[in-house]
Design a protein around this ligand. Structure first.
Ligand SMILES: [Zn+2]
Ligand SMILES: [Zn+2]
Length: 342
């Protein structure tokens, strides 16, 4: 019964701030991943997240399967026609396959993607890059010997509004795309964008797969603001050895002093365990369907250190209960108590 009273108090104090917070706070929703506890969301390998900050809505990656991505977007009631821009972290299909669906809803959406020579997002080169031989007859020469000054190479999504990025760029006030290149065997020269948002609480850093190395990405983010408030996304340690995992966890915790971590996607199960142990209540659960606000006292299961976080799924049920006359049986309980006391 005491719990019921507490719940009423929690609801009374929490209802108003939650509405207000949605306008001003940074809020992140995980739309695609292979783990999660929300039965309304489909699980699949890949990553996507929606970031809402200061009235802006940024989509980061689009998952591994267009149909699953569409289903998860609909399950969360997200309107993709109202986005400020999309960031595609890198060209791996588990981050891009939902792009067709995004474009079907929002064909003119601004899309930031890594710049790659002959990449699928489209590219260009000055025609001076190739050697000429003027002794050849025109029919043996490229463009009959008169090439365009700039040669354009196509994209897999013709007509899409791509802007390709090859160096770290602030694309909106306080919103920076960190551009790095992987040096790891298997993904050498793969370019990847990470999204760093400079909030009053420090950097909120979204990473797709961290192919260039999470330590390198964190180092680049720390140049913008040495206080890293939160890292969300895949750390690419899915098959890493324990000693490698331990050294990355130590670097994040002790070198970069990352305050909160919300790992997902290719972070890996043993790394989830190691991060949970290292970050404790500052490990934010980020399975598919998870929504969390970013703020000063961000800890897992807590909101501002005042009250337990109510899962987004709990709200409809609580609201329904709250419309009843005696939602949690408190009136009935008091009446009984008074009766017994007489
Ligand atoms: Zn990848
Ligand atoms: Zn991936």
């Amino acid at each position: 019964m005491r719990r019921a009273i507490l719940l009423v108090l929690v609801l009374a104090s929490a209802c108003l701030p939650i509405v207000a917070q949605a306008q001003t706070e940074t809020r992140i929703t995980i739309l695609y991943d292979a783990f999660g506890n929300d039965p309304a969301m489909k699980k699949d390998w890949g990553f996507s997240a929606l970031i809402e900050i200061a009235g802006k809505r940024i989509l980061f990656d689009t998952g591994n399967d267009s149909d699953i991505f569409a289903a998860n977007v609909k399950a969360r009631g997200i309107d993709l026609s109202k986005l400020d821009f999309l960031v595609l972290s890198h060209r791996h299909s588990d981050h891009m396959a939902g792009l067709g669906y995004v474009l079907s809803v929002n064909p003119k959406l601004k899309i930031y993607a890594p710049r790659e020579g002959f990449g699928i997002y489209g590219s260009s080169l000055p025609s001076s890059f190739y050697r000429k031989d003027e002794s050849l007859p025109p029919q043996m020469r490229y463009y009959d010997g008169s090439p365009p000054e700039v040669m354009k190479f196509g994209t897999a999504w013709q007509g899409a509004n791509f802007e390709t990025i090859d160096k770290t760029t602030e694309v909106a006030p306080g919103v920076t795309l960190i551009a790095l290149v992987s040096d790891a065997p298997g993904t050498r020269e793969l370019r990847e964008l990470s999204l760093a948002i400079d909030t009053p609480d420090g950097i909120v850093l979204l990473v797709g797969c961290s192919h260039p190395g999470i330590e390198n990405i964190a180092e680049a983010a720390a140049v913008i603001n040495p206080k890293i408030h939160l890292i969300v996304g895949g750390l690419h340690l899915v098959a890493a050895r324990d000693d490698v995992i331990a050294s990355v966890v130590t670097a994040l915790k002790d070198t970069f002093k990352v305050e909160n971590i919300a790992p997902g996607h290719c972070t890996g199960e043993p790394t989830f365990a190691a991060l949970k142990q290292a970050f404790g209540t500052h490990y934010i659960y980020a399975g598919v369907g998870a929504t969390f606000s970013v703020g000063p006292s961000m800890t897992s299961g807590q909101r501002r250190g005042e009250a337990p976080t109510l899962d987004e799924n709990d709200w409809p049920a609580y609201r329904k209960l709250a419309t009843r006359e005696d939602p949690f049986g408190v009136v009935q309980w008091r009446a009984k108590k008074q009766h017994a006391g007489r």
